[in-house]
Design a binder for this molecule. Structure first.
Ligand SMILES: Cc1cc2nc3c(=O)[nH]c(=O)nc-3n(C[C@H](O)[C@H](O)[C@H](O)COP(=O)(O)O)c2cc1C
Length: 246
């Protein structure tokens, strides 16, 4: 599986079967983690691998009672050394390390996906409880629990914002003039990012009557977050202005 496939295939799974995860696969996931970028290459991270049933249950409890986690055969707790971070970067150290954890965890999730495993990043936990369960010393802080296992079913697809909603060119708020042209390359991967279709949809909405326009916004945002609705409205307004000029 190439990296693009892994990126597009990865989903957060919250349902796992009882199949054990092979040790060498756990090893490959940990190996992927250690190759993540690190500020100043300090690599101030450690990984606590937990396979014990009772411990995984305690971890799930410490993670806001997300007991579905116990189904996953392996929990990997990603920790950062705060002391080392501060030694290198003073007050910026912890923020840097927390940012770096994003890369570490994503590497792990992508490797798990490539190995045919299901996974989920869990960040909702009581730090002290989690530290107590694992005997983590005070200068080390758990940052994420990566749960890994085999699953019988693929999780439902989740909504992702379209590039149009997210990307500005050369400065905040400056949307891409000829989106179709610029985005073509970005959408070439199996049409997964169906941006051009969306732009056409929005253009159609702008060209139609005002009432229809607000209706289109409702339809488009019905099951997405409210924030997406306001972004889309802004996008439609901007496109409307441009179309009027033409
Ligand atoms: C920092 C962070 C913390 C998260 N914490 C949790 C969590 O505690 N429980 C959970 O079920 N999912 C958690 N997730 C997973 C997100 O809910 C999930 O990534 C999001 O719904 C998008 O779905 P996807 O991963 O399938 O793209 C977390 C993700 C991130 C990045």
């Amino acid at each position: 599986m190439d990296v693009k496939e892994a990126i597009l295939l990865r989903r957060s799974s919250r349902s796992f079967n009882s199949r054990h995860v092979e040790w060498d696969k756990v090893g490959m996931i940990l190996n992927a983690a250690r190759f993540a970028p690190s500020p100043g290459n300090i690599q101030n991270w450690n990984f606590v691998v937990v396979r014990d049933d009772k411990k995984r249950e305690s971890i799930a409890e410490a993670c806001a009672e997300q007991f579905w986690m116990t189904q996953a055969r392996v929990h990997i707790v990603v920790c950062i050394d705060e002391e080392l971070a501060e030694d290198h970067y003073d007050e910026k150290g912890i923020a840097y390390s927390m940012q770096a954890v994003g890369g570490v965890v994503e590497n792990m999730l992508l490797e798990a996906t490539a190995l045919g495993l299901s996974s989920c990043w869990v960040g909702d936990f009581d730090r002290q409880k989690l530290s107590d369960i694992l005997g983590v010393p005070p200068h080390i802080s758990p940052q994420a629990v990566v749960v890994i296992g085999y699953s019988d079913s693929a999780p439902d697809a989740v909504d992702k914002y379209k590039l149009y909603d997210l990307v500005f060119l050369e400065g905040w708020g400056k949307r891409i003039e000829d989106v179709g042209m610029v985005i073509k390359e970005w959408t070439s991967s199996k049409g997964a990012l169906n941006f051009e279709r969306d732009v056409k949809e929005v253009k159609r909405a702008v060209a139609s009557h005002k009432e229809e326009l607000s209706e289109a916004v409702k339809v488009k945002t019905g099951d997405i977050y409210h924030r997406a609705g306001s972004r889309l409205k802004r996008g439609i307004k901007e496109l409307g202005k441009k179309l009027k000029k033409k």
